[in-house]
Design a protein around this ligand. Structure first.
Ligand code: PNS
Length: 165
């Protein structure tokens, strides 16, 4: 596909999507004509996510239905290959803390080496979501913590059903 600098990929595992992810997706949708949310789909790692790819994609579709320029798509190849296939010239990710920076710096170098034409763009997390992670949410849900304001309602009830003890 011909690369288009108005198309961006927002990639992630999204197990599950949080309001922090949605904040980054919403802000990206104002910067690009088309935002494709790429959901990591690694079936051979079965059991390593709480939710299946179909469930994670479904939660994201439900939570982004009011954004006309956002599409949700699973991918199981290299991120830069997926971006190239979709004609995207940018990968957009959120950054919360120094720990994210170290990981993302490494990913950036790897991705850039594979395809220097695809640029990665980082959005600083909004302050109210700077502590929020999918793994933290799963831990809270396991022990009956309050997650209602941190994830979409559909995700909160699915997590409670699957994880609560
Ligand atoms: O932190 P996440 O949500 O698990 O991030 C997933 C992803 C794909 C954004 C991150 O692992 C990354 O940037 N990977 C680059 C290497 C790659 O292409 N991996 C294949 C994933 S199918």
């Amino acid at each position: 596909m011909v690369p288009d600098n108005r198309t961006a990929i927002c990639p992630g595992t999204f197990d599950p999507v949080t309001n922090g992810h949605l904040d980054v997706i919403a802000r990206s949708s104002k910067m690009y004509d088309l935002v494709i949310v790429g959901v990591v789909n690694l079936p051979w790692r079965k059991g390593s996510t709480v939710f299946s790819t179909e469930e994670r994609v479904g939660f994201l579709r439900g939570a982004t239905k009011s954004f006309p320029n956002v599409e949700i798509e699973p991918f199981s190849n290299l991120l830069v290959d997926f971006a190239r296939e979709r004609g995207a010239m940018a990968i957009v990710k959120g950054l919360r803390a120094i720990s994210d920076f170290e990981y993302e710096l490494e990913m950036n170098q790897l991705n850039r080496r594979q395809d220097p034409e695809i640029e990665s763009v980082y959005l600083m997390a909004s302050a109210k979501y700077s502590f929020l992670s999918s793994s933290g949410i799963k831990e809270l849900a396991t022990f009956g913590g309050d997650i209602e304001d941190l994830v979409p309602a559909e995700v909160a009830s699915a997590l409670k059903e699957r994880l609560s003890r």
